[in-house]
Design a protein around this ligand. Structure first.
Ligand code: UDP
Ligand code: MG
Length: 315
């Protein structure tokens, strides 16, 4: 029997073409739910991010006669971060967990993570002690990405983390009020603050299927995260501008000196053309960078909803 004050834990699971994984994921989640029943009441909230395979069909069937299985589907693929955000909007639990559908984040560790959360930590984030399934390229690019982010952002983003974590209700409520379009959830959470703690776990290999984060999606995510989270690129550009202007002035003064006070011939057209080309390129890059920020303002100004819901089950 459930005690009256048993807290509820909503587990958000974003799903994109995971027909091979879902059933196994649910099976393992159900076991965890059984094990934890005296500590917390678990409910599962699946967000189908516009799957093209049978994922939604499977989810619809499974939610029919279940109270603790909830599901919602998007009208198209909006991306992992948006799917998680929709989950955060709709989760009703006292605690909220975010977990991938491919069993790379083992559901069993939710028990210990929830214990930490109930001890008073508002954010319990999973730290990847090992990353079994990931390729060397993924590991290296992730490392580089985290190093760049920690340099570029004022906010401390813990290394070797993903979105696998448990949040308290008050963190979730703040997150719900943050409506920016270009979302980098693992940076938004430390921005909110509160007490947080890492929990080390071994990241498994994907249960089945292929990664849904294609190289293109990964790069866009990295690029987007930096630009939506940091104004430092603009500050760096200002510094670069100052250096370029100063060296230009210095060069001009030097050539003027050569021309007026010595017989040394001043270098010809080649140098001039090279300079023009190089700085022309630099200028294009800088304008493009400013453009990236303007584009983001444009995107935000439209004020469109973050996602479009097609269907809901048990919500
Ligand atoms: N996912 C999603 N929308 C997307 C891409 C991925 O909802 O556009 C989900 C996917 O189903 C999985 C989670 O996000 O549950 C993480 O994706 P994946 O395992 O492919 O990424 P990886 O672990 O390789 O970084
Ligand atoms: Mg995965």
């Amino acid at each position: 029997m459930l005690r009256e004050n048993t807290p509820t834990l909503t587990v958000i699971i974003p799903v994109f073409n995971e027909e091979e994984c879902i059933q196994e994921t649910i099976k393992r989640l159900e076991v965890v739910r059984e094990c934890m029943h005296d500590k917390a009441e678990l409910e599962f909230l699946f967000v189908d991010d516009g799957s093209q395979d049978r994922s939604w069909q499977i989810l619809s069937e499974l939610t029919i006669d279940s109270k603790h299985m909830k599901a919602v589907s998007f009208a198209r693929n909006f991306g992992h971060q948006i799917a998680v955000s929709a989950g955060i909007d709709m989760a009703s639990g006292d605690y909220v967990a975010i977990m991938d559908a491919d069993l790379q984040d083992p559901p069993e560790v939710l028990q210990e993570m929830l214990a930490l959360a109930m001890d008073g930590y508002d954010v319990v984030y999973g730290i990847r002690r090992s990353r079994n399934g990931d390729t060397l390229f993924k590991k290296k690019s992730a490392e580089l990405f985290y190093r760049a982010m920690s340099y570029l952002c004022e906010i401390d983003i813990p290394k070797d983390t993903g979105d696998f974590r448990i949040l308290s209700r008050r963190v979730v409520d703040v997150l719900k009020s943050m409506r920016e379009r270009h979302r980098f959830i693992r940076g938004m959470i430390p921005w909110v603050g509160f007490k947080s703690i890492g929990y080390e776990y071994d990241r498994d290999i994907r249960f089945a299927g292929k990664t849904k984060y294609t190289l293109r999606k990964m790069f866009r995510f990295a690029f987007d995260s930096v630009l939506s989270f940091s104004l430092k690129p603009l500050a760096l550009v200002t510094r670069l501008g100052i250096i370029v202007v100063l060296s230009g002035l210095f060069g001009a003064a030097y050539m003027l000196y050569l021309k007026l006070f010595t017989d040394v011939p001043v270098a010809g057209v080649t140098a001039t053309i090279l300079t023009v080309i190089i700085f022309g390129g630099v200028q294009i890059l800088l304008i493009a960078l400013v453009g990236e920020y303007v584009a983001r303002i444009f995107d935000e100004a439209k004020g469109r909803p973050l996602y479009v819901i097609a269907e809901k089950r048990n919500i």
